[in-house]
Design a protein around this ligand. Structure first.
Ligand SMILES: C[S@@+](CC[C@H](N)C(=O)[O-])C[C@H]1O[C@@H](n2cnc3c(N)ncnc32)[C@H](O)[C@@H]1O
Length: 263
């Protein structure tokens, strides 16, 4: 875990950029997976919260819930605590998920791009921890890169892989459901950067058959705008993230000749 800790302690710059500039992967996960958090949740656990962007959006969208955000990296936890210090129903805590989970009962446990970072040998123990803290009709909500995406990285961009980056597929999700005694109530591939590059899954304990859907489906989460996010980073962390300017295409003699040749 030492290698992972060192790696994620230096991950804050990337996550701050993602937050301000608006990384599509994270926005899509917050908006869509956040809608599976039961409306009447008392406690929500966001595991591997990174910079705390998702945790903050959940805390705003569910003001009557307590949101606990945990992450391996004390550096990320420290930065997130500063960034979102005014959100009263949100707490950040440094925690290694392979060593157990904060004791409580959670109506929703969310992991956005984190499950694949659990070594396969630690999965069964982790599922036991999830089972012990997920409330009676609670939901375990996950986003992971698909096996297609992991294969693509392995073959074309291995530096894009993180210290522990295991494959996750529908079989894995079924196995989690079995080990926590839940049901897969939702599974879908997403097309974020490429077709089928991410998968979303929701596992529910004791799904209730009936016609009372109240409380089960929340509206898609309406996230904070880019300007507010940039202002927050500036005022809380003293960092100004410059918007990446697209290079204007200049016409050189060479490119002009190429175009003429093509014609
Ligand atoms: C790819 S980042 C995702 C961060 C955030 N959820 C997002 O989507 O932007 C993976 C996160 O998982 C955390 N993580 C990795 N291993 C962990 C562990 N054993 N316990 C807790 N968090 C862990 C890392 O510190 C990092 O913040």
């Amino acid at each position: 875990m030492k290698e992972s800790l060192e790696y994620y302690n230096q991950f804050d710059k990337k996550l701050i950029n993602d937050y301000v500039l608006g990384n599509k992967r994270i926005i899509n996960a917050i908006e869509n997976l956040g809608s599976f958090i039961p409306e009447n949740s008392n406690n929500i656990l966001d595991i591997g919260s990174g910079l705390g962007w998702s945790s903050h959006e959940f805390a705003k969208a569910f003001p009557n819930s307590q949101v606990l955000a945990v992450d391996l990296s004390p550096v990320l936890i420290n930065t997130a605590s500063k960034l979102f210090d005014t959100q009263e129903n949100l707490t950040f805590k440094s925690y290694d998920l392979t060593q157990g989970l904060p004791v409580d009962m959670y109506d929703a446990i969310v992991m956005i791009d984190v499950y694949e970072h659990i070594p396969i040998a630690d999965r069964a123990k982790f599922h036991k921890s999830i089972k012990s803290v997920l409330a009676k009709n609670g939901r375990f909500i996950l986003a992971c890169p698909s096996k297609y995406h992991q294969d693509h990285l392995k073959n074309n961009n291995p530096t894009g892989l993180q210290p522990v980056d295991e494959d996750v597929d529908f079989g894995t999700i079924q196995m989690i459901a079995k080990q926590i005694s839940g049901e897969v109530i939702y599974f879908e591939y997403q097309n974020i950067w490429n077709n089928y590059d991410y998968l979303y899954a929701v596992i529910e304990l004791n799904p209730l058959y009936g016609n009372n859907v109240n409380g089960l489906k929340h509206q898609p989460i309406d996230i904070e705008q880019r300007k507010e996010r940039a202002d927050r980073v500036n005022s809380k962390l003293g960092i100004k993230v410059e918007q990446v300017k697209r290079k204007k295409k200049t016409t050189t003699l060479k490119s002009l000749l190429k175009r003429v040749k093509k014609k």
